[in-house]
Ligand binder design. Structure first.
Ligand SMILES: NC(=O)c1ccc[n+]([C@@H]2O[C@H](COP(=O)([O-])OP(=O)(O)OC[C@H]3O[C@@H](n4cnc5c(N)ncnc54)[C@H](O)[C@@H]3O)[C@@H](O)[C@H]2O)c1
Length: 266
């Protein structure tokens, strides 16, 4: 089986770096044209240049997933630029408001922003794209949740709460869109050394008070938590997103699949 996304157009939120960038590049490798949406437009443009170097079309667009007007403007710009959206990947996510890692306990702002980006962002971007997919009678939605959805976490409870909500929303949305031949699935990544995990490390090393680098702390987490004893990469997440976005996955919907080296086996 070969994953073939040629002639498909994907929209990836939070595509300017980290996991989102990895997803964009794997989708393009499999033949898709890709719209890269992010608050960070310079980063999105840099990823677009990488996609164009692969011979695919790319379109960088400014989008704040917490703002419905920003989302609607961006979606209509992508439809004008690339013609349609076959695949939506809701990847943008945060762990808190500015310098959240310096706080002992999440503030109201941390709870609010995390909910707005991770939950409302996923819902509002889906709502902005789904009518277009419904009209065409096909589509693929992939939501990036987290293994933090699978079990509570003592230090980032607000984040775990939002990711559990993404899994629940994925199931509701899958029910709503199934009659239109649109699948909706979630991926739960494990441990990836992106900017996000670097901030989590800052928080955890401050709490333990140990003289240990963020990277060492991350490697310790990988060693202690992961049966497969290796970290995950953005490409690992991109490969599952590409499969879920393909015609071969037409009978998979409402699922949340861990890509975590076995950290959570549910
Ligand atoms: N890194 C991990 O170990 C890990 C594990 C599980 C799940 N995840 C999830 O994967 C996704 C990507 O995480 P990452 O590690 O690449 O994070 P990251 O912080 O490196 O990248 C997040 C991207 O989202 C963008 N973004 C943030 N707020 C936005 C907004 N309001 N509108 C549009 N874009 C916005 C940022 O500009 C950035 O480009 C997130 O949903 C995260 O929760 C990450």
């Amino acid at each position: 089986m070969m994953i073939d996304l040629s002639d498909k157009v994907a929209l990836v939120t939070g595509g300017a770096r980290g996991i989102g960038r990895g997803i964009c590049l794997v989708l393009a490798e499999q033949g898709a044209d890709v719209a890269v949406a992010d608050l960070n437009v310079d980063g999105a443009e840099a990823v677009c240049r990488e996609i164009e170097d692969m011979g695919r079309k790319a379109h960088a667009v400014s989008m704040d997933v917490t703002s419905r007007p920003s989302i609607e403007k961006a979606v209509s710009e992508v439809l004008d630029g690339l013609g349609r959206i076959d695949i939506l990947v809701n990847n943008a996510g945060v762990v808190g408001a500015g310098a959240w890692w310096e706080r002992d306990r999440p503030s109201d702002e941390d709870w609010h922003l995390t909910h707005m980006v991770n939950v409302r962002g996923v819902v509002m971007v889906t709502e902005a794209v789904q009518d277009h997919m419904i009209a065409r009678g096909s589509g693929r939605v992939v939501n990036i949740a987290s293994i933090a959805a699978r079990r509570g976490t003592p230090d980032i409870p607000h984040y775990s709460t939002t990711k559990a909500a993404v899994v629940s929303w994925t199931q509701s949305s899958a029910h709503q869109l199934a009659p239109h031949d649109i699948t909706v699935n979630a991926i739960c990544p494990g441990l990836l050394w992106t900017d996000m995990w670097q901030a989590i490390s800052r928080r955890r090393s401050a709490v333990t008070g140990e003289n240990i680098s963020g990277r060492e702390l991350f490697e310790r987490a990988v060693e202690n938590m992961t049966p497969m004893k290796r970290e995950q990469t953005p490409e690992d997440i991109g490969k599952l997103a590409a499969f879920l976005a393909s015609d071969d996955a037409r009978n998979i919907t409402g699922q949340a699949i861990n890509v975590d080296g076995g950290i959570r086996m549910n």
